[in-house]
Design a protein around this ligand. Structure first.
Ligand code: NAP
Length: 344
């Protein structure tokens, strides 16, 4: 491998880990050496990367010795325990879990929104929640022109948001139901195939689940708007990949639809997808595998002259996790002068 950074992907066998590896390769990230880390369950698994075959190692003491950059996607408890050790060993970690997102000393970064925060890190940079990243790309260009006063969001979140196992479970459930058998739910609390249910993260005393509170708190932190009024309802739907969101966005004055469309059509990471004559708007099946967040059905809220409605779909494994993390890593390489030859 070429000159560049000694990189470790922690959680390399997972849904986000697989996408991280694909993106490092596709974007020609300057990788000098690559270490693949997972649990002892998948130690020894062989994974191809840039024409070589790499072997997955079990996470353990000394795993980060000599590593410059850790791309972490092995869950919150693993990050909490191991990323401070990686920082102590001299590595910078970009973490996909929620472990450090609200830590005031840890930057929470969407490169299209607050890239400058990247450089305030003390060894750990947090990647925001997937629904939050996707939403922030559509909100930020509007917020800069007319500050958002209030936001109401409903999500339609795919099975793969809960990991590779959950996605396989939904396929098995669908097959079982079609065969006239009882679907088995293990990764999720209830069958998701041909069904949907409110997001299954822990509920607080007000009745909001963790996922909903992540959208509230993380958006405020990324936008630097601690008082932004946001209410979220998160729902898991039997889509395999890519999340969808319906947003109602209230401003201090009317926001002409044409102006909003114009701003969104020029916004980085956003693609406006609308053909009103065909009722053709963003769909998760078309957002899957794409870098851009697809935005459409941009329209006036009939009940409020100061509010807009819009619909978006985005690949939450890609821009909602792995791509955002790799973009942050690219910002670091620009700053440190490591040759980055990213193409996108
Ligand atoms: P996943 O498909 O379940 O993969 C989990 C990864 O973590 C696997 O590589 C697994 O390795 C590894 N792992 C589990 N326990 C470990 C341990 N004790 N030590 C070392 N490695 C361990 O999950 P995912 O969907 O990729 O999610 C990973 C993280 O990204 C989570 O924090 C999640 O919240 C976050 N995230 C996910 C998405 C998404 O759309 N999926 C989006 C944004 C953020 P084994 O193969 O050995 O089990």
């Amino acid at each position: 491998m070429a000159n560049g950074l000694n990189v470790a992907v922690l959680g390399a066998t997972g849904a986000v880990g697989a996408e991280l590896l694909a993106l490092l390769e596709q974007r020609a990230f300057p990788v000098k050496t690559l270490k693949l880390l997972a649990s002892s369950r998948s130690a020894g698994t062989q994974i191809p990367f840039m024409g070589e075959t790499l072997t997955v190692e079990a996470l353990g003491e000394g795993a980060f010795d000599g590593v410059d950059l850790v791309l972490a996607s092995a869950g919150g408890s693993i990050s909490k325990e191991w990323l401070p050790k990686a920082a102590a060993a001299g590595a910078v970690s970009i973490d996909n879990s929620s472990a450090f997102r609200m830590d005031p000393t840890v930057p929470l970064v969407v490169p299209e929104v607050n890239p400058e925060a990247t450089y305030q890190h003390q060894g750990i940079i947090a990647n925001p929640n997937c629904t939050t990243i996707l939403m922030s790309l559509a909100l930020w260009p509007l917020h800069q022109v007319r500050p958002i006063q209030r936001l109401v969001v409903s999500t339609y979140q795919s099975a793969s948001g809960a990991g590779a196992r959950a996605m396989e479970e939904v396929k098995r459930q669908a097959q079982a139901i079609l065969n006239g058998e009882e679907p088995v739910a293990e990764a999720f609390p209830y069958p998701l195939a041909f069904n949907l249910f409110p997001h299954n993260s822990e509920l607080n005393e007000l009745g909001y689940c963790q996922e909903e509170m992540k959208m509230v708190n993380e958006t405020r932190k990324i936008f630097g708007s601690p008082d932004l009024r946001i209410s979220a309802t998160c729902v898991r739907v039997p889509v395999l990949r890519a999340h969808s969101e319906a947003l109602n966005i209230e401003f201090g004055s009317p926001f002409p639809v044409a102006e909003a469309k114009q701003l969104l059509s020029q916004a980085p990471g956003v693609k406006v997808v609308e053909d009103w004559s065909r009722n053709y708007f963003p769909m998760p099946i078309e957002a899957s595998g794409q870098d851009d967040v697809l935005v459409g059905r941009i329209r006036q809220d009939l009940s409020n002259p100061n509010a807009l409605e819009l619909w978006l779909c985005g690949d939450q494994i890609r821009k909602g996790a792995a791509l955002n993390a790799v973009q942050i890593a690219e910002l670091l390489t620009v700053k440190t002068g490591v040759a980055a030859t990213a193409t996108a």
